[in-house]
Ligand binder design. Structure first.
Ligand code: SAH
Length: 359
């Protein structure tokens, strides 16, 4: 017998378990059904992570990359890009300015740039930690030893998006990279006690709603602490320039279902969503998100961190205040805490297995 849509949604808000075909049904919701999905995700968000929105200050410190991801405007073989590396001292000054602005987390992000050895980065992380902020790294694939050294230096969290859980699609989009190695990196990070974020891009060419459902189940099985879900935006100087972008609705539905499956998770209303839709931050916050990642990267670097069109657009003078205002206008409050993981802890090594049994 077919379960009614509303019964399915009610059960999801209570058990946080969904079969793949049920996830697909939610991802295909439109009109009234879509509105109920967003309302259910918003209620779960309020119950589990509250009204506080965590603002993570993002420093994009290098746009050099050793990888050649088909979708990315920083890909190695892209010639038309002014490459930059910020000096560690400069990165520290920006982090200080961010802490002064009230950011309780500093996110260090870059292309996969091994010019920054783990020794260099560990020294930097130690200094940033003295500012009484949490540190998130988003610097791609490294060895387990490097992850360990950076964790020992004080890094709290690590973002490494799987981008897609489909191994064949992953292989097509990431020449020279390994789907299994990326998963291995996620395992290492969890073992080392990082709060781990992964995530997915919505609307990648070759992706179907089935793939997206698998992506969501992947995030749940991994028991991630955070999940970044944003639309694919074609970059004109990449091999995917002619592909259509992901859309706002599908991205919001994916965030909403992620909230149902991972009620504890920190879920950003992503920058890519805001680049695609001028109301993206507000819409994301209303569909289950509880994080925004404002950009601290100074010019001229900001403009050259050209992952997708719109990413490097100049920021208005009142940018940081405007984000705080947006949070309040959404009926929420800006968090004053660092916003560490809220995932229920089971095992002492924080690996996150079996998390749903602990709810
Ligand atoms: N080198 C690091 C950081 C990657 S950049 C790493 O590999 O983890 C951060 C994110 O930008 C990526 O994880 C990807 O999800 C996103 N991104 C890259 N190109 C994009 C595009 N064309 N549209 C939307 N998001 C994109």
């Amino acid at each position: 017998m077919e379960v009614s849509y509303n019964a399915l949604l009610t059960r999801a808000t209570q058990t946080h378990r969904l079969e793949k075909h049920e996830i697909i049904r939610l991802l295909n919701a439109r009109g009234e059904e879509e509105r109920s999905l967003f309302a259910a995700a918003d209620a779960v968000r309020a119950d589990w992570v509250g009204d506080a929105v965590h603002l993570r200050g993002l420093i994009e410190f290098s746009n050099y990359c050793r990888n050649d991801c088909l979708y990315c405007g920083l890909r190695r073989s892209k010639q038309q890009l002014q490459r930059y590396r910020m000096e560690p001292g400069e990165i520290l000054s920006v982090a200080k300015a961010g802490a002064k602005l009230g950011y309780r987390t500093i996110v260090l992000q870059s292309g996969d740039d091994w010019w920054y050895t783990s020794t260099k980065l560990a020294q930097l992380v130690e200094k940033i930690k003295r500012l009484d902020v949490a540190v998130t790294l988003s610097i791609g694939e490294r060895t387990r030893a490097e992850y360990r050294d950076l964790r020992l230096a004080g890094a709290d969290r690590y973002l490494l998006k799987q981008e897609t859980s489909d191994p064949a699609l992953y292989a097509r989009l990431h020449p020279g990279q390994s789907y299994h190695h990326r998963r291995q990196c996620l395992e290492w990070l969890a073992e080392l006690g990082y709060q781990v974020g992964s995530g997915t891009m919505v609307g990648l060419p070759g992706q179907t709603v089935e793939t997206l459902a698998d992506d969501l189940l992947f995030l749940q099985t991994q028991g991630v602490d955070m999940a970044g879900i944003g639309p694919f935006i074609p970059h004109p100087q990449t091999p995917l320039s002619c592909c259509p972008p992901g859309n706002t609705g599908q991205t919001l539905r994916t965030i909403a279902v992620a909230r149902l499956l991972l009620p504890w998770a920190h879920l950003p209303a992503t920058t890519a969503l805001a680049a695609l839709d001028k109301n993206g931050h507000r819409k994301g916050l209303a569909a289950g998100a509880n994080v925004i990642m404002p950009d601290l990267t100074p010019q001229p670097y900001h403009g050259a961190y050209d992952i997708y069109p719109g990413k490097g657009a100049p920021l208005p003078a009142d940018y940081h205040q405007a984000i705080r205002d947006l949070v309040r206008q959404a009926g929420r409050v800006v968090a004053t805490t660092p916003g560490h993981s809220l995932k229920p802890v089971k095992s002492k090594d924080n690996r996150g297995e079996g998390t749903l049994d602990d709810l």
